[in-house]
Design a protein around this ligand. Structure first.
Ligand code: ATP
Length: 220
């Protein structure tokens, strides 16, 4: 995590998402500036606290002008998105799993694969793309609630049993790259990406529904 920004007191940090949400709404409605009184009214925090909080962000309100909404928004975006990295665990360090571990997701978004699991003794104990590979037996011991998302790149036959263990462990979301259809309780979100099917479907569409460029139309 980049640390170029000054440390913000915890009490202030807790109010950040509140301010952020309100400012996003203001921005969406086209407002360019906001006074601490207006903010205070909307988020139910007294104006003196707001002024102190905002001084940590380097935003100094001007008398009769208030705060610049764009400035605040860009500050909040940077701060919140940087602080809110979602940690992910990957299961199955085969060809696909290895590719994901080597791919730097956090470059473009705020997710990070922090650990991987496999059953192959030759892989356990190694590090792939900077991510440690543990034995699947250690799932319950290693996987804690700070890791809400799992990527499955195991063989299809192993997917459901693994999913049941993840559910028991409190996982919230699963990105399933296996061909297996997973059964999970309603509160758990599964996104299924079957690469073989996607490829097949693309080829099918190319054959059966020629694209506009093939019909001699301009693509732009
Ligand atoms: P891929 O399908 O990613 O191309 P692959 O063909 O190299 O991988 P697979 O047999 O699909 O290999 O297995 C993927 C990985 O999952 C392997 O590293 C394998 O050791 C591991 N694996 C197999 N069963 C399990 C399991 N129950 N839990 C975790 N990992 C497993």
């Amino acid at each position: 995590m980049g640390n170029e920004q000054p440390k913000i007191p915890q009490a202030t940090a807790k109010r950040l998402p509140l301010y952020y949400r309100f400012l996003k709404n203001l921005h969406a409605s086209g407002k360019q500036r906001v006074s601490s009184a207006e903010l205070s009214e909307a988020v139910k925090v007294d104006p003196a606290t707001i002024r102190r909080d905002f001084s940590y962000f380097g935003a100094l309100g001007k008398k009769g002008y208030g705060y610049n909404v764009n400035y605040l928004l860009s500050f909040f975006r940077r701060t919140l998105e940087e602080d809110e990295v979602t940690e992910v665990a990957l299961f199955g360090v085969g060809n696909l799993g290895t590719a994901f571990l080597n791919y730097n997701f956090s470059k473009n978004n705020n997710t990070k694969i922090v650990m991987a699991f496999d059953v192959d003794e030759r892989k356990v104990g190694t590090t792939v793309g900077g991510v440690p590979v543990y034995h699947l037996d250690e799932l319950e011991e290693r996987l804690h609630e700070n890791i809400p998302v799992a990527i499955l790149t195991v063989p299809a036959a192993a997917a459901q049993a693994l999913t049941d263990r993840l559910v028991a462990q409190g996982i919230k979301g699963i990105l399933n790259f296996t061909p297996a259809r997973l059964n999970v309780p309603n509160h758990i979100r599964v996104h299924h990406i079957d690469l073989a099917i996607e490829l097949q479907s693309l080829v099918y569409f190319l054959k059966n529904y020629p694209t506009s460029s093939e019909k001699g139309e301009n693509h732009t």
